[in-house]
Design a protein around this ligand. Sequence first.
Ligand code: ADP
Length: 476
Amino acid sequence: VSEKLRNSGLLRTQGLIGGKWIDSYDKSTIKVNNPATGEIVADVACMGTKETNDAIASSYEAFPSWSRLTAGERSKILRRWYDLLIAHKEELGQLITLEQGKPLKEAIGEVAYGASFIEYYAEEAKRVYGDIIPPNLSDRRLFVLKQPVGVVGAITPWNFPLAMITRKVGPALASGCTVVVKPSELTPLTALAAAELALQAGVPPGALNVVMGSAPEIGDALLTSPQVRKITFTGSTAVGKKLMAAAAPTVKKVSLELGGNAPSIIFDDADLDVAVKGTLAAKFRNSGQTCVCANRVLVQDGIYDKFAEAFSEAVQKLEVGDGFKEGTTQGPLINDAAVQKVESFVQDAVSKGAKIILGGKRHSLGMTFYEPTVIRDVMSNMIMSKEEIFGPVAPLIRFKTEEDAIRIANDTIAGLAAYIFTNSVQRSWRVSEALEYGLVGVAPFGGVKQSGLGREGSKYGMDEYLEYLTVSCATG
Ligand code: ADP
């Protein structure tokens, strides 16, 4: 931990409840470690049911006053938060690298990206318009007002310790909701630092709470509380399904950003260089640990061998190492369980006939580093074709025709992101529309099928935190 970070006041280890930094009630803690070195970075409060209930109560109490501020007043506070996040992007980036492992440059990039949601929704707060509906009775006038849904529970993952929080908290606070955030227990430090800056920006006590610790306890408290009106979650499909079911008894609004199984489809007519660069970025960002990472690389017959060669050459140039080391492009995986999962997927593919072109094993750096890997002759019966790898392994799958590509690409329960490489404009339209995916390209962000529910980012992201109130006025 650098001197600057230590002196910044951003290294928080307590939870934030009702505007106060507090220990867990039984003083228990969880250790946060640096995945690149195994070093313990901090002991943070390990909270559970009681703390979460108090956080919910404080958010519930803060709701009337926060939601009654004018949009302009909330906007000013959010804008100040954005400015503070940007002013501290170095320290926040260091925290991200420290607890998550991604290269520092990428981490600082995440701060800019994460902060942009706060900036955007600070502006968008002022544009929540209502409607006037022609009445069904001549002596009535009908209005639709958009109102904040209430207290929001936000459960977020470790792969983007800042951005997955801001894209939820930004629109929630902008619309007048108050929020209880549960960051991943693996990466709480970034969340706490961001919350400290929110306090400095003037976000009032209770409008934003942060609790971390026992995921099932905190999750249950959020889900069973009738005061929590919405659950927004980013994480695994399995946990998302559980949360959706548990939200039913209290009929909460639910937004889910779940796992993907993104195909990157390279047609014969693609520009080889563009396809290599594009797939490299889509696959190896954050060492393959994003839900929109290319999980399957579908390559047409005619370009398959050329692509395999050029792609492997590009992958070979990736620099694996500690995220703080200059030049590193690939950090470690988040923990050993993640590496074991990757190992088992690779073993399964090889046992069924796939061939490793590059990598295929743990990196000599040890810890949770894994070699950037390219595997060819991957078939649909192999686990890596069906499940999210979430690691630096690119499986190459061969296809013959456009119809084959679409069939293979859609043959999955996921439907988040897809990538197409072709020089034909007609084909890119045709294939984009035939793919059962929420995003082919970019924004707004969200999946179809079992990849999720709701949208994040853009003007559509705001609707997730609003309810429609119909007002019927009599004129006589
Ligand atoms: P990932 O594979 O990204 O770790 P998870 O779905 O396990 O995905 O984790 C995403 C978030 O969900 C984390 O904050 C984690 O603590 C939380 N989580 C995991 N299990 C539960 C649960 N049973 N109830 C509530 N939150 C949970």
